[in-house]
Design a protein around this ligand. Sequence first.
Ligand code: ZN
Length: 527
Amino acid sequence: MDQLAEWAHQWDMQLNISKTKVMLFGAPNQSLDVTVQGRPVEQVIHFKYLGVWLDEHVAFEEQADYAASKATKAFSKVARLIDGRKGISPQIGIMLYKCLVRPHLEFAVSSWACMKESSLQILERVQSRCLRTVLGAKAHAAADAVDAIANVVPFRIRLQQICTLEYARIMQRHGNCKIRLMMEESCLIRQTFTPMSYVKHQARSLYFTENVAVKEVHNSTMADILDDVPVTRLDVVGEGSSLRCSGLLVDRVESFIESHRKQSVICFTDAATSEAGVGMCSAAAIILPPDTEAKEIEVFEVIPRITDSIEAEITAIVVALEAALELLRSSTDSVKKDKVIILSDCKSAVTTVIQRPHLSDYHEIIQRLRFSLQALKSKEVAVSVGWIPGHSGIVYNESADLAAKTALEKATVVSDGSVSLPVCKRLVAKQVNRRWQQRWTRSVTGRVSYSFIPQAGRTSFLPRDRCIAVSYVRLLLDDTTLKDHMYRSGLADSRQCDCGLGVEDAFHFFFRCPAHDANRSRLFRKI
Ligand SMILES: [Zn+2]
């Protein structure tokens, strides 16, 4: 310590001894005598460092309480916008909870996720309390049902997700990176989780079940950046939605082909994935040769590993460029063709191809893209890319779509087990949904709500008007101010309706009770 102080002094920096503390982790009640140049340094049992409360036992009780109190304080501001049945709609309330309150519960949480069960329960209760207020549910409403209605992932599962992604981000570093080595070597100490081993443990239960590893990050070389060939963006159909409505879209694309075909090779690209958005993928392209007499060429490629639709869409563009290059090479035409036009129905792929970001997760396919672009440039051919809406009757786009699907059907599953971070994120999100579904199916509470909303992780319809929304949520929770429910919770003397014709439950109220006949017939007239 003295050496450190001396070194600091040499560089004109003074160590502030009064702000310097000593803490001994994992061995409580032992005192250390640490001095700096004769002055004792105070030993503490907990300390807030980079916004997280650390404690000697590495139990993070203070931190969990602190996060809970910060979240509660933040929620009190949201709660001011709600006054019983008046105020903001549940939908806005849920959004405010997600962006103003939940971040406090999740701040740096992967570093203190190894907290005690009791601390975790405190945080779970904060989420339930906030969501109940936002939805206008009563205080005893089942937490699982409230999560499902609000479509907010249960906090415990969310914690697993955060830890898993943190693990993936660390393992994405290069093999000799310090933090990655620490993660690989982390282990239990005296049968207790250390923060890092806990992250690894949580990741194991989610991440390893998919049997994948995350690819190492890629850094572009100087040559990639300096020798980059520009690609221009084409605006064929504008935003497309107004054209699609007016039915002019197909005409617009056909006249575009008509006016450009003589000077250019036009390609339509599309991709297919085996499961929604992520899985095994295939890419295909339809190439229209400049010669209007010649038949269009169909090319395709199957990507034999787990990836996402964006990589597949970029691959389709690359496949098209390679085929176009081949076509131009073999062409014996006397008129020179100096343009390749690609029309893709994926906006992200179009943007990636134009910008080619240097830290992209799709660097392998982008590298291949660079080769084709350079080859085309050496033949003085310019490349432009444009977006067209998919599934809107454009003939060549439909045939590219069909070609990709056909290629995928014939493919067999091969996987090299290493996936990019965005693919990993999607796989984890899928797992999270499966976990949540399991928990919701097995839960013993909120069974009536389960019969209405059997699937977790789906946005449920909530009326905009708060008063109506609160009544609707209470119907979903089977907990209204009807006598059947009031009697159950001891707030009414009988379950019988005042009309004397039966039990006042939701069915009676809506379909049977003569007291509401007038309203009911008005409702039926409107429907
Ligand atoms: Zn009645």
